[in-house]
Design a protein around this ligand. Structure first.
Ligand SMILES: C[S@@+](CC[C@H](N)C(=O)[O-])C[C@H]1O[C@@H](n2cnc3c(N)ncnc32)[C@H](O)[C@@H]1O
Length: 199
């Protein structure tokens, strides 16, 4: 336990029990990564869409896990080292396309290729040392705006780490994200899942 303790606190940060328990739950009790991939599969089992688009490839674990669930997967990563690693890891899967660059730019060329409703998994954001920091910490609003340029109005948009979207964290507030989605299609309904942290 002491190892965990040191991992989540520093001499300048007072110990926060709620934060500590939250992180332990996400990492060890109810692993967040496994949960997210199961949730994406559950959504796809309902809708059976052809395309999956991920922003923020990181390790490539998500497209790898979903490779048999979609006809084609596009995944975008800004950090060159992560892009090269995931591209090499995923090259054996002919239905996964790894793209390198800022999602704000790359989505411009991906969106016109998506001629049918798709699931967008928006997960590009600065995630600490060793990950990319683009023009903005999280290009979520720009990504949603680009999704809005699609002729298709029925895309499913799933935003990861939604509890981080507050001005205090330096991200666009959640209200602006919901507003941007409603501007695409006023019929959108919003659901929240897993992350019930209350501050
Ligand atoms: C939380 S990780 C993504 C995790 C991954 N989607 C998954 O499901 O396991 C966020 C990734 O976004 C990348 N990133 C940050 N800004 C980006 C941007 N503007 N465009 C594309 N990728 C970006 C980071 O380098 C990092 O690898």
């Amino acid at each position: 336990m002491s190892v965990l303790f040191h991992q989540f606190t520093s001499p300048d940060t007072p110990f926060d029990l709620a934060e500590f328990l939250y992180i332990v739950r996400r990492l060890y009790i109810w692993p967040i990564d496994k949960y997210k991939r199961q949730m994406l599969k559950r959504v796809q089992n309902i809708y059976r869409y052809k395309y999956f688009v991920e922003t923020g490839t990181h390790t490539g674990n998500t497209p790898r896990a979903l490779r048999n669930d979609f006809e084609h997967i596009y995944t975008i990563e800004l950090d060159e080292a992560w892009f090269l690693r995931s591209q090499s890891r995923l090259k054996r899967y002919s239905n996964i396309t790894c793209l390198h660059g800022d999602s704000q730019q790359i989505l411009r060329s991906v969106i016109p290729r998506i001629d049918l409703p798709a699931i967008f998994w928006l997960d590009a954001h600065y995630s600490g040392e060793g990950t990319a920091l683009g023009a903005v910490k999280a290009p979520i609003l720009q990504e949603i705006e680009l999704i809005g340029s699609s002729d298709v109005r029925e895309h499913i948009v799933i935003v990861d780490d939604v509890s981080d979207f507050s001005a205090a964290e330096g991200y666009p507030p959640l209200s602006s994200i919901l507003g941007a989605l409603e501007a695409i299609n006023p019929k959108y309904k919003f659901y929240f899942d897993y992350d019930e942290r209350i501050r």
